[in-house]
Ligand binder design. Structure first.
Ligand code: CZF
Ligand code: MG
Length: 271
């Protein structure tokens, strides 16, 4: 029988991306969203780390559904803002969680920062909480820089002002924002794509499912994969340290970067 897994997020655009990345990897799973179960109050994201908040959301999902639960905590870390908005990304302009207001505030805050110093990273942490209480987290990152005005209408959040490093310039030498990329292009290089592709082999193993070919990792590379005896007692943060960020194109991951996209290295800033 197909097993069910909860994706515990209230953000519909994020849910669409997560469902899509999971579907691309051919696991025999039924993915359930928060709308498919009895409603419960939004958990308070009270931690100061992506790992901490992802675990809060996944634990709450598991408690209310009884299902293995996945949650994503993600955000934009801007070098010129000392790594902020970070875990505060969705509420940067206030509790209303408005994407455009958040993005405009970041642009105002770095108005005087020159082009060569506008580096930023998207970070996503995926947490998996199993009904027996075991917990796992994986992390993915996407580096890039910020433009000074919005371009593109795909994606969500800060995508219209974020130019990923991992892309090839077009014929005019122009680089695109992640809001100008197709879904497949963004998933191949995104923080979320990487974090999801890293958690799927762990989820497959925990559910006793075959790990799809492209997601297979070396025996022993996953935490607890070769354990004997009692269940592991390491805190989730230490498990994380043992999990390789698989799925990166440069590491032979599940889904290669689209044709023409360099596997690593930094492409020039927009002319
Ligand atoms: O342009 C973007 N492209 C992305 O790919 C992306 N990933 C994250 N973000 C930003 O980070 C917040 C997450 O905050 P977050 O993890 O708390 O999620 P959320 O509050 O939206 O939903 P939930 O999962 O907590 O229910 C989001 O709202 C966005 O502002 C992104 N922006
Ligand atoms: Mg949130």
């Amino acid at each position: 029988m197909t097993q069910r897994v909860l994706l515990a997020t209230g953000n519909t655009k994020k849910l669409t991306e997560l469902r899509r990345i999971i579907a691309d990897n051919d696991l025999d799973l039924e993915v359930v969203g928060l709308r498919d179960i009895d409603p419960y109050p939004d958990p308070v994201e009270s931690e100061w780390t992506f790992e901490g908040n992802a675990l809060i959301k996944a634990r709450e999902g598991m408690i209310h559904s009884g299902l293995p639960s996945l949650a994503d905590d993600s955000g934009l870390c801007v070098d010129a803002l000392g790594g902020m908005p970070g875990v505060r990304s969705s509420r940067w302009n206030g509790p209303e969680q408005e994407d455009i207001a958040n993005l405009e505030l970041v642009l105002r805050q770095i108005e005087d920062v020159p082009r060569g110093r506008r580096q930023a990273q998207f970070v996503a942490v995926m947490a998996l909480v199993m009904p027996d209480g075991r917990e796992f987290t994986t992390r993915g990152e996407m580096t890039g820089h910020l433009t000074n005005r919005s371009k593109g209408s795909r994606g969500f959040g800060y995508d219209p002002i974020f130019v990923p490093d991992e892309q090839v310039p077009d014929a005019d030498g122009r680089l695109r924002t992640s809001a100008e990329m197709t879904a497949d292009e963004k998933d191949a290089i995104s923080h979320r794509g990487r974090a999801v592709r890293a958690i799927l082999p762990i989820l497959a193993r925990e559910l006793g499912l075959p790990v799809p070919e492209g997601l297979r990792v070396e025996p022993g590379a996953l935490p607890g994969a070769d354990r004997e005896g009692p269940e592991p007692t390491l805190p989730a943060s230490e498990w994380t340290a043992q999990i390789p960020v698989i799925g990166r194109p440069e590491q032979g991951g599940a889904k290669p970067a689209p044709p023409g996209v360099p596997s690593s290295g930094v492409t020039p800033l927009e002319p």
